[in-house]
Design a protein around this ligand. Structure first.
Ligand SMILES: NC(=O)c1ccc[n+]([C@@H]2O[C@H](COP(=O)([O-])OP(=O)(O)OC[C@H]3O[C@@H](n4cnc5c(N)ncnc54)[C@H](OP(=O)(O)O)[C@@H]3O)[C@@H](O)[C@H]2O)c1
Length: 327
């Protein structure tokens, strides 16, 4: 198969389009023929070698968590999904497997969801990591409830665009931060109080909007960009940080400070075990129009270096996906 491989960690220039062996599905796995690979900030950090504490880098190495495509083959014991089904998945990359920037990739069936009618491959590839991380941080770990006042710090990126919408869908009142060019975008997504972090003081805006403090805060940007985040949350509230690998501050100290203030402090990393049902729920919300898909920009797989350069600048709106094949 053809794949975008790296032979060493480093800058965007390390990508090479090359031919390597097609993987074969083992027991409980499916082989996905990839139409589109979703792109996440974890990908550039992975390319630079930041995932070394979690996995050995064995070269040639293929980056990319998210895939949407068609089941090309199934391993022993797999009856569902079937060959030919349209599916999307965070693949087995989080477990150390090869990634999705390739013609074919592997995924265990517990993390493979069907693409419903009404969603195309590019749209489905935009979902897994960003939408799952938002969902788990808000609901499975954070326990967000209707009526609560929630601030999403970093509302305009891949994760934030889902988080603000999920929180609204759950009946929460939602504020979110973004830079000036994204203010109108977040208003369109239904955010009640958009805080332009370039021109406004976040603490002042929050204390006006939620005078008794936030019930819920999600930091989807990084610890250095919201150093006084804990002060924004009321006692008994919840403060969820999405670990970034590069800007997480002193996690034990943050947890201790929150315990003292009786704030439920959570560091929520995506768990893709058995995630197919959540992915199908999210896809269902989209096709029923209960949430809208963030803008999805599509690029050719061969343009991945340029896509990574853009992503690394940290001001992406919505999602970017790589077109691998026209299926
Ligand atoms: N641990 C995990 O399991 C996990 C899973 C998913 C994501 N993540 C991490 O979560 C972070 C967000 O992911 P993503 O997919 O949403 O990234 P993304 O699509 O690149 O979006 C990043 C967003 O951050 C915003 N931003 C940058 N500086 C900001 C600031 N000072 N204040 C407020 N917003 C700011 C940008 O908005 P503006 O352009 O408006 O500034 C941009 O929309 C990344 O670090 C990613 O690696 C971790």
């Amino acid at each position: 198969m053809f794949a975008m491989i790296i032979e060493e960690t480093g800058g965007p220039e390390v990508f090479q389009y090359a031919e390597i062996d097609t993987p074969q599905p083992g027991p409980g796995q499916v082989l996905i023929q990839v139409a589109c690979a979703g792109v996440n900030p974890a990908d550039w950090k992975n390319r630079q070698g930041h995932l070394a504490p979690f996995r050995p880098y064995v070269f040639p190495y293929i980056i990319g968590f998210d895939a949407a495509g068609v089941v090309a083959a199934v391993g022993e014991g797999v009856t569902d999904p079937r060959v030919g089904d349209r599916v999307f998945s965070p693949t087995n990359h989080g477990q150390g497997g090869q990634g999705s920037y390739a013609q074919y990739t592997l995924a265990d069936t517990d993390r493979v969801a069907r693409i419903p009618d009404g969603l195309d491959f590019a749209q489905a590839a935009a979902l897994p990591v960003a939408a799952l991380t938002a969902w788990q941080g808000l609901f499975d770990r954070g326990g967000l409830r209707g009526g609560q006042r929630a601030l999403i710090h970093g509302g305009s990126g891949g994760l934030g665009s889902f988080a603000v919408q999920f929180a609204r869908w759950a009946g929460a009142r939602v504020a979110a931060t973004c830079s000036t060019p994204n203010v109108a975008y977040l208003r369109e997504l239904g955010v009640e109080r958009v805080i332009d972090y370039r021109s406004e003081d976040i603490a002042a805006a929050v204390s006006e909007w939620a005078p008794r403090g936030l019930d819920f805060l999600m930091d989807a940007v990084g610890a250095s960009t919201l150093p006084a985040g804990l002060d924004l949350v009321r006692a008994g509230g919840t403060f969820v940080s999405i670990p970034t690998l590069v800007d997480d501050g002193d996690i034990p100290a943050a947890a201790a400070a929150a315990a003292e203030k009786r704030v439920n402090r959570i560091f929520s990393t995506m768990d893709d075990t058995d995630c197919a049902a959540t992915l199908e729920t999210i896809a269902g919300l989209l096709v029923r129009g209960e949430i809208t898909l963030p803008p999805v920009r599509e690029f050719d797989l061969r343009d991945v270096a340029e896509v990574h350069r853009g992503l690394e600048r940290g001001h992406n709106r919505g999602k970017m996906v790589l077109r691998v094949a026209d299926l």
